[in-house]
Every structure is written in C-alpha cells, then in structure tokens.
Design a protein. Structure first.
Length: 232
C-alpha cells in the first residue's frame, strides 16, 4: 500500500512539474507573440521607418553569432518605411517605381577591433612598414616612411529565413536570421519589410459533394458567396 502511495505521489509531482514547465513555456511564447504582433501593428499603423529590434541573439560558436529579427509585413508600398533618399536610390538602382518593390532590406554594419603591429623594413625600397598582426577581419598596413595608411576589412554576412506561425489556425510568418562571421561585428538599423498581397475574406465559392435538400442528402454542386472564418 505504501509503495502504491509513493508511486502515485511521485507521478503527481512529475505531472505538476510538467504542467508548470508547459505553462511557463506557453506564457513565454505568448509574450513573444504579443511583442511581434505589437511590432507589426505599430509598423503597419504608423508606417514609420523604425529599425527592427532583434528578438534573440544566438552564438553559433566562439567565432560566429546570429541575430533573429521578425520582418515587417505590409500590404502597402514600402517607401513609407525608409527615408525618401533611400527609397529614391532604390528606385533608381532597380529602375522601377518604389511601389513595385516587394521586399526591402537595409542594415548598418560596424566592426571594431584593436591589435598591435609589427615593424618590417623593405630592404629594396628602404621603406619601413607597420603591419597589423593577422586578424580574421582587419588588415591594416602603415607606411612609416611617408605616413600612408592602407586599411581593409573583410566582413561576411549570411541571411536565412525560417517559417513560424502562432498556431495551426494562423498563416506562416518568416523570421530573418542575420549571421556575422565575427562576434565583433555589430549589426544595427535593420529594415526588413515585405509587401504581401491583401487577402480578401469574401469570395465566390464552388462546392461539389453531398448537398442537403428538402428531399434529403444527395450529391450535387453549389455556387455561392463565401466568407473565410479561418484563413490558412
């Protein structure tokens, strides 16, 4: 009897712990969904050029990191989300009207580093150089003879999109992950706006199959006005 009570008590504790974990996970996901929805609503309502805020930062390893963003969706033109100068530049470079652009991405990349250099001397030209030690991003050379500087930087970014939806009744949304090749790289002023077609709920629907009539259930076809209660 005592063994049975102990096992039941243990199962109850495990069940309670599982329920607590599931409830916390539910509220965390709900909070994140509300945050994303607020960003979408504010962006679409105000149509303002507000940079995206990353919802997560993932460090892949000691040399790479990824920032996760929720792209903004709108059914209107994209020129309202950026400055007129950037919109005009995009329109000019793409040779299309701004209202025809379906996707807009823009970001500012900053990389800061420091390090010591090594003095070397070219015996042929009698030129003294200060060369930065090997670095995955920066390459700086200074000609100490005439004070000339030769800086260069190698920055590699990768971008990926993954589908996400709140529940089975919601449409898929996409999250944008921007991966930097070096953890010192800072990504800011990110704009990722997608123009999506308006999805009307009203339409004309054709139904083929069982039809209920005064004479009972029979096979047939019907044509009528429809309204989507749930859209997939």
């Amino acid at each position: 009897m005592k063994k049975t009570i102990f096992i039941l008590s243990l199962l109850v504790i495990v069940a309670l712990a599982g329920c607590i974990i599931l409830v916390r996970k539910f509220y965390d996901e709900r909070k994140e969904r509300l945050t994303l929805q607020e960003q979408y609503d504010i962006a679409i309502k105000e149509n303002g050029a507000v940079p995206l805020v990353p919802i997560d930062t993932v460090y892949i390893d000691s040399s790479k990191k990824a920032l996760i963003y929720p792209p903004i969706r709108t059914t209107g033109p994209l020129d309202g989300y950026v400055s007129k100068g950037l919109a005009d530049t995009l329109a000019t470079s793409l040779k299309v009207a701004v209202k025809e652009i379906d996707r807009l991405q823009s970001m500012l990349i900053i990389a800061e580093g420091k390090g010591k250099g090594e003095r070397t001397k070219d015996t042929l030209t009698k030129t003294e150089w200060l060369v930065m030690k090997p670095d995955p991003v920066f390459d700086v050379k200074v000609n100490l003879t005439n004070d000339s500087i030769f800086p260069s930087a190698k920055i590699r970014l990768s971008q990926a999109y993954a589908p996400y939806r709140k529940n089975i009744f919601s449409r898929y949304q996409y999250r944008s992950a921007i991966m930097a090749s070096d953890p010192r790289i800072r990504i800011s002023e990110v704009y990722d706006v997608n123009r999506v077609p308006k999805s009307p709920r009203w339409g004309i629907g054709l139904t083929v199959g069982p039809v209920m009539s005064p004479k009972g259930l029979t096979w047939g076809a019907s044509l009528g006005l429809s309204y989507d209660v749930i859209q997939f």
